[in-house]
Design a protein around this ligand. Sequence first.
Ligand code: NAI
Length: 327
Amino acid sequence: TQAPVKVTVTGAAGQIGYALLFRIASGQLLGPDVPVRLSLLEIPQAVKAAEGTAMELDDCAFPLLQGIDISDDPNVAFDGTNVALLVGARPRTAGMERGDLLQANGGIFGPQGKAINDHAAGDVRVLVVGNPANTNALIARSNAPDVPAERFTAMTRLDHNRALSQLAAKLDVPVTSISKMTIWGNHSATQYPDLYNAEVNGKIAAEQVDEAWLRDTFIPTVAKRGAAIIEARGASSAASAANAAIDHVHDWVNGTPEGDWTSVALTSDGSYGVPEGLISSFPAVSRGGRWEIVQGLPVNAFSRERIDASVRELGEERDAVAGLGLI
Ligand code: NAI
């Protein structure tokens, strides 16, 4: 029998955690034949709630679930972990300055990066979901010098899926007729969903919509969808975020479909003029368990301006956390 894959979820008692854990345990993260062992990391005040979720996981009698560990110590929770889903983060509260937000998250993602560095399995893959996701991933990566940088990613798959869905609705086509969507840059309001490389039934998407819709409706709708969900639901996206995390790791481990790519925030190698070392969203394929940035795509002036603006914001966030001594 196959040894279980250890999956650590931080913020396990939170909203996304609740939508995520059951899908991991059912086999949707890694595949229907892969046994899993779950490790839940929470802050001490939320350990009891995590225990409640673990009781429910037990009550599902998932055939693939080989055990659940719960801890408030990152050194324990990441011990031997193969997949680390960093969901728990410090949200921005009223009146909080950006510096305070980055500082608070540095206090979470710095020690977690170090714990991953010191205790995780040699093949560890890290996905940061907790916001500000790209910069939290940068902090974690910087505190894990022994782990290859390519193992640290941040999530823009939810933005990617939102872009697919908005375009499909506009053109009244199934989402399956769309390929080659890209989210560029930061998982923030400056992100750039690119329709100049996306295809609908094999034809460039931007040529099938008018430019005003693309500029004034599509881009802002995708970029501000998170706020619209909060407005409507009274809580931030949880099931859709968990779904995107499942998609991201599933594709990383099992590969992206032939002839298509997805969007992943990963360490830049300087591609497309994105400064080396920033964790920025790119078009990416997964082959042999590794992400590769899709090269050679045309970037027109409209796209260039928007990618640059989002990358500039990432550079500012990097400078801010560097100034705070977090990286
Ligand atoms: P939530 O507030 O329901 O849950 C967060 C959980 O994290 C809480 O249970 C909290 O106790 C825990 N936590 C806090 N600090 C921790 C630490 N140091 N170690 C372990 N656990 C810790 O929040 P929700 O809705 O689950 O969202 C989680 C994060 O995901 C937020 O930062 C949110 O902004 C982000 N998010 C990211 C998306 C993306 O597309 N990248 C989409 C939606 C949400």
